[in-house]
Write a protein that binds this ligand. Structure first.
Ligand code: SF4
Ligand code: SF4
Ligand code: SF4
Ligand SMILES: [Zn+2]
Length: 520
């Protein structure tokens, strides 16, 4: 008997690596997603029953992607959660009790008013919302009840400096009932008021807030594309005021492939040379929100993945290498990478990973603007001094590094004359700079595995905390503060009753002890 030849079986067009959940970019329904290796890149592939198949590159380098997943450590629980696990991630946000990380970087949006209309803006500024003083205080109080203390809080908008009670809010954070428990207030601003209004800038300096300055380019012609108008003179005027008044500043460039991606090196060099700049936070553009969503018809070909950003930085600076950047393990390793620079006695900044084995000090790589400043920092510096002493192959900078580390150690950790924690932090801050890359997600690459460990949360006045990318992609356009007429989120996350949702429940692993909060 003749057996007919069978047609050849086809292979899948990529090697399966992992499974997760994502969103349909068209209808935002939660859909299953595959992580697949193909053409030396990592792809996310998914299918919506109504809208078909979607795929996008999530990493341009398979090896980097796999290696980066090693950078992980257990998350820390907040003192309490706001929502129950009911519908499955990401439909329970609040934080729900399945969320794997507490709030390192809270963002509090205090208005939706802005005098710019940036084409890439994630917020649809309705020009109608200014948070009330009562809601602001309540939001901060509830955040402190969940976190106890905060290394930073971001006030954002809209343009937060346009809120009439802007300075009252900074005061409440730094000098109100939680005095000492909120270390830094960062203001996410376009910088127009700093540039134009001297009295405002002086008050800003006196308030103790940090400017987190939108700063995308050093060249004319880029702002009109990303921000709708040419802002280069205004930004440089804001920088001059920052220099003159010595306002501590974080520079925040949003990088759009092909628009300003060739400037990464120059932007970093600029921040390193600006004495007031303590860190640079590079945000590869996510196609999210009102403007971002439609900025490119599809993000295909426009997404800058983490390894590409590292390579562009190496090409642009020449002195910072791809291997200087490490995933920040407190969030998911695909969310943040960072490197720290340390100032030498001769004024140069050198990358810390050149003389510190950061893998041994993953705790040092937290999602914050400065290196950890507890006794772990002293241990880390001591170890690097020992390693530099015993190194057989000594680099040309070894002597200056050694001398600089010793000076820092002597000035900062003097057992005969111990400094307060705040003084140690201040000395560390003047001696180091951080460079972060924060890769927000859009509906194309949204990965719930990343969301679950998100540490960057939007603060809701009602006490909920919303993981950044989850809020931006699923909840923002239904937030009744900004869109009172929008249909509510469905299914609605289920809230815990007052007093429930505490993580000191003995049945729950990783329980934490609730602090006694004074003054609130
Ligand atoms: S992102 Fe976090 S808070 Fe939101 S549903 Fe998932 S686990 Fe819960
Ligand atoms: S991105 Fe910022 S500055 Fe631009 S429109 Fe949006 S809120 Fe205003
Ligand atoms: S905001 Fe988005 S990119 Fe940032 S840590 Fe959260 S999930 Fe990750
Ligand atoms: Zn769909």
């Amino acid at each position: 008997m003749n057996i007919d030849a069978l047609p050849a079986k086809r292979n899948r067009d990529g090697a399966f690596f992992g499974f997760t959940r994502s969103l349909c970019p068209s209808c935002r329904k939660v859909v299953d997603a595959h992580i697949v290796f193909r053409d030396a890149q990592v792809w996310m592939q998914k299918k919506c029953a109504a809208h078909g198949f979607f795929e996008t590159v999530i990493s341009s380098d398979i090896d980097y992607y796999v290696r980066s997943l090693n950078y992980t450590k257990p998350g820390t629980l907040p003192y309490a959660f706001a929502t129950k696990v009911e519908h499955g991630c990401p439909l329970d946000c609040g934080l729900c009790e399945d969320h794997l990380q507490h709030t390192c970087s809270p963002i509090f949006e205090i208005n939706d008013k802005c005098d710019l209309t940036c084409p890439i803006c994630i917020v649809r500024n309705q020009q109608g919302y200014s948070i009330s003083e009562q809601d602001f205080r309540q939001g901060v109080d509830r955040l402190i009840a969940k976190e106890g203390e905060l290394a930073t809080i971001f006030l954002s908008g809209g343009e937060p400096t346009l809120h009439p009670q802007f300075f009252d809010f900074v005061d409440y954070c730094l000098r109100g009932p939680h005095r000492g428990r909120i270390k830094r207030v960062l203001i996410s601003t376009h910088g127009k008021k700093l540039a134009r209004d001297r009295r405002f800038a002086e008050r800003f300096k006196a308030s103790g807030a940090y400017a987190s300055l939108q700063f995308d380019t050093l060249k004319p012609g880029v702002y009109p594309k990303l921000r709708g108008v040419e802002l280069i003179d205004q930004k440089m005027a804001a920088i001059e005021v920052i220099r003159e008044l010595d306002i501590p500043t974080v520079l925040v460039p949003t990088i759009s492939k092909g628009d300003n991606s060739d400037e990464l090196g120059d932007l970093i060099n600029f921040g390193v040379e600006l004495p007031q700049c303590s860190s640079i936070v590079i945000q590869p553009m996510a196609h999210t929100g009102d403007g971002g969503d439609g900025f490119h018809a599809t993000p295909a070909g426009h997404r800058l993945t983490m390894p590409e950003v590292h390579a562009l930085i190496e090409r642009g600076t020449g002195w910072l290498k791809q291997q200087h950047f490490h995933p920040v393990p407190c969030s998911h390793p695909s969310c943040y990478t960072a490197t720290y620079l340390f100032r030498m006695n001769d004024g140069r900044y050198l990358p810390l990973p050149d003389f510190v084995d950061v893998r041994q000090y993953l705790d040092a790589m937290a999602n914050r603007a400065i290196i950890r400043t507890d006794s772990g920092l002293e241990r880390m510096i001591l170890d690097s001094i020992t390693n530099l002493w015993s190194a057989t192959k000594v680099g040309e900078d070894s002597e200056v590094i050694l001398a600089s580390l010793k000076t820092f150690l002597k000035d900062t950790f003097n057992s005969r004359n111990p400094l307060s924690a705040a003084e140690i932090e201040q000395r560390t801050e003047t001696r180091s700079k951080a460079i972060f890359i924060h890769a927000f997600m859009d509906a194309w690459d949204l990965d719930v595995a990343r969301l679950k460990k998100c540490c960057t949360h939007y603060v809701m006045p009602d006490g909920r905390l919303m993981p950044g990318c989850s809020y931006n992609n699923l909840y923002r356009h239904k937030d009744p503060r900004f869109f009172p007429l929008a249909e509510p989120v469905s299914p609605a996350p289920v809230r815990f009753a007052e007093g429930e949702g505490r993580s000191d429940n003995a049945d729950r692993p990783g329980k934490v002890r609730l602090p006694v909060l004074s003054g609130s």
